[in-house]
Design a protein around this ligand. Structure first.
Ligand code: NAP
Length: 460
């Protein structure tokens, strides 16, 4: 469709993680591709951008984190503005959805999945039972989780879940101190982890090794960690398990790696152990005022009519002593004010990214990333996902006259409403400060985790 005007359209992107940045880049490309000219204002409730790239990806994975340089390039483009410490909500310093709809031609929500999936078992909320969402935020310096203080005083931690987040948290517990000190792990977590008594992480999958959702690179790298022995029960990963041609390539590779660990057997001299135990579901977490043990139910597998392999409780139980249970069973989206929400999937109902209201109609609101499709996929998955949504945003914008906007007026309104607002220069100052603090010790950055300090640093 043709664009009949020279005035640009203004789009608000709420959330500055990978999905938000890929959406922004794609929106800024629209004009050059013959579509409408689009300007983007990106908001984050934190002072800092990059979402899970800053606050989720494990600090010992700097290569994955380096994707942020792509986001810097997008942020430097004409027509892009970042505004941190802007919360969508109803508080006196929040902005509302209606206010954004008044000022922008479209809103793209890229808010991710901000909370945890629950286990729903007794003892889940005992001190010492910690959601991986919180633990990951804690070691990554997310301001909401700085004061978590996970108990690291027992020899064994139990990690529930057989996905990449389970591997991340187990690895972070067991990294050699020297490796840890070379990362941008928040200083409070570096000190706590360096003083930790945890020597073993027991990673429990409710289904079998074939059904585990680890990715191969993440499993393979375990072999390269100093002073770590990986323990796999040869009965759970028997010889020949990887030979089934019906399995995907990735699954077969994972099984080969697990089988190699099983064949090697445990190294008693290693300081740290990561042990995998499959066909185990958490049934109850027990303790007097804090976690002391976890009861695991032993499962068998059954294939349902839909072809999905399910874990079925055999009724047998196993009790494991531990002071720390990390629940890494997946993330969950949070309902946004005024938008429809699907409780079952924890996502906003949408058609290829266009938010669908209860009557199935589309407005000027869109979703990208985990709040659109659920908490799955790696960072790169969000590129295709964002492109799909943006195709619809651009087509819808092209069919409408842009609203009368004044970017300066919008900025003045925002600054008045959100007195602590951190703009792009403010973020650049924070970024330079953090990198500078990391330089003398060869770390990528030393994160600032205090909100007031972040605001102070952002001021000229
Ligand atoms: P995930 O891959 O979905 O894994 C969740 C795990 O929790 C699964 O093993 C699941 O088992 C298990 N689970 C769910 N409910 C359970 C319950 N009630 N009791 C016991 N176990 C339960 O999710 P994730 O690990 O949170 O990762 C989220 C996404 O981020 C994934 O796509 C992941 O690959 C990605 N990620 C990537 C990296 C990386 O590339 N390095 C790092 C971190 C995360 P079932 O399979 O039986 O449901």
């Amino acid at each position: 469709m043709e664009n009949h005007t020279t005035r640009p359209h203004h789009v608000a992107v709420v959330g500055s993680g990978p999905a938000g940045f890929y959406a922004a880049a794609s929106l800024l490309d629209a004009g050059a591709a013959g579509g409408p000219d689009v300007r983007v204002d990106m908001f984050d409730r934190l002072a800092t951008p990059w979402g899970l790239v800053r606050a989720g990806v494990a600090p010992d994975h700097p290569k994955i984190k380096s994707v942020s340089s792509q986001y810097d390039k997008t942020a430097a483009r004409e027509g892009f503005r970042f505004f941190g410490l802007v919360t969508l909500g109803a508080g006196p310093t929040d902005v509302t959805r209606e206010e954004l709809l008044e000022r922008y031609d479209a809103i793209v929500y890229a808010v991710g999945s901000q909370t945890e999936r629950r286990l729903g078992i007794p003892g889940e909320d005992l001190p010492g039972s910690v959601a991986s969402v919180d633990f990951v935020g804690w070691y990554n310096g997310h301001p909401d989780f700085v004061h978590l203080e996970p108990p690291l005083d027992s020899e064994r931690a139990v990690v529930i879940g057989a996905g990449n987040v389970a591997l991340d948290v187990a690895r972070m517990l067991l990294l050699p101190e020297a490796d840890l000190r070379a990362t941008d792990t928040a200083d409070h977590a570096v000190e706590a982890l360096a003083a930790s008594s945890v020597r073993e992480a027991l990673v429990c999958g409710r289904r079998g090794p074939i059904e585990a959702s680890f990715t191969t690179t993440e499993l393979r790298e375990l072999a390269d960690i100093d002073d770590l022995t990986v323990v796999v029960d040869p009965e759970q990963v028997p010889a020949g398990i990887a030979d089934d041609p019906a399995l995907s390539k990735g699954t077969r590779r994972n099984l080969e790696i697990l089988r190699r660990f099983a064949e090697q057997g445990p190294d008693a001299a290693a300081r740290h152990r990561m042990a995998f135990r499959f066909l185990r579901s958490p049934v109850e977490i027990r303790g007097d005022g804090r976690v002391e043990e976890i009861v695991l139910g032993i499962n068998r597998l059954e294939t349902g009519e839909d072809g999905r392999v399910r874990a079925v409780d055999t009724g047998e139980r196993e009790t494991v002593a531990t002071g720390l249970v990390l629940r890494a069973v997946g993330y969950r989206g949070v309902e946004l004010p005024g938008l429809p929400f699907d409780e079952a999937s924890g996502t906003v109902p949408n058609t290829e990214g266009r938010v669908t209201d209860r009557d199935g109609d589309h407005g000027r609101e869109y979703v990208v990333g985990w709040i659109k499709r659920g908490p799955t996929g790696i960072i790169g998955t969000n590129k295709k996902d964002a492109n799909e949504t943006v195709r619809h945003v651009v087509a819808d914008l092209a069919a409408r006259e842009p609203r009368e906007h004044s970017p300066d007026e919008v900025e003045a309104w925002l600054r008045e409403r959100c007195p602590d607002l951190v703009d792009q220069e403010g973020w650049a100052a924070i970024d330079a400060h953090e990198r500078g603090r990391g330089e003398p010790s060869g770390r990528p950055r030393v994160k600032v985790v205090d909100r007031d300090e972040l605001v102070k640093l952002s001021r000229p």
